[in-house]
Write a protein that binds this ligand. Structure first.
Ligand code: HEC
Length: 99
């Protein structure tokens, strides 16, 4: 029992770190999120796995369809997780220069 839980944990960890899955998620994001809004509104967030999961449900409620929801989730958690540094501002402090 304990060994199977450990193995499951390892499998999940291995899957989450899989660059192929992350890349798939990145492409899926472009395909399915871009028709409605820019990626910036997504990429300025830093959310936990539960937070991203909720966000994907919310977008589904507004009509988003997923061909690989799991991959988008893994991509978002791995790239814009709440353990990642905050996004740089769109404009500089004086509001004039674009970053
Ligand atoms: C059917 C249209 C639609 C699609 C497709 C869509 N969104 Fe959204 N999304 C919205 C709307 C509408 C808002 C609110 C925009 C605003 O507040 O200006 C929003 C806002 C957001 C926000 C900002 C926080 C919030 O909840 O308001 C995030 C993050 C987000 N979307 C993520 C995603 C992701 C990730 C995808 C692709 C998996 C996606 N969206 C696809 C319509 C969509």
């Amino acid at each position: 029992m304990r060994a199977s839980i450990l193995l499951l944990g390892l499998a999940v960890a291995a899957c989450a770190a899989d660059p192929a899955v992350i890349e798939k998620g990145r492409k899926e994001e472009q395909r399915t999120c871009l028709p409605c809004h820019s990626l910036r509104i997504i990429h300025t967030n830093r959310l936990s796995r539960a937070g991203w999961n909720k966000e994907l449900d919310k977008m589904a409620g507004w009509g988003t369809t997923y061909s690989d929801r799991e991959a988008v989730l893994e991509y978002l958690v791995a790239t814009y997780g709440d353990d990642k540094p905050v996004a740089p501002p769109a404009i500089s402090a004086d509001g004039r220069t674009k970053k």
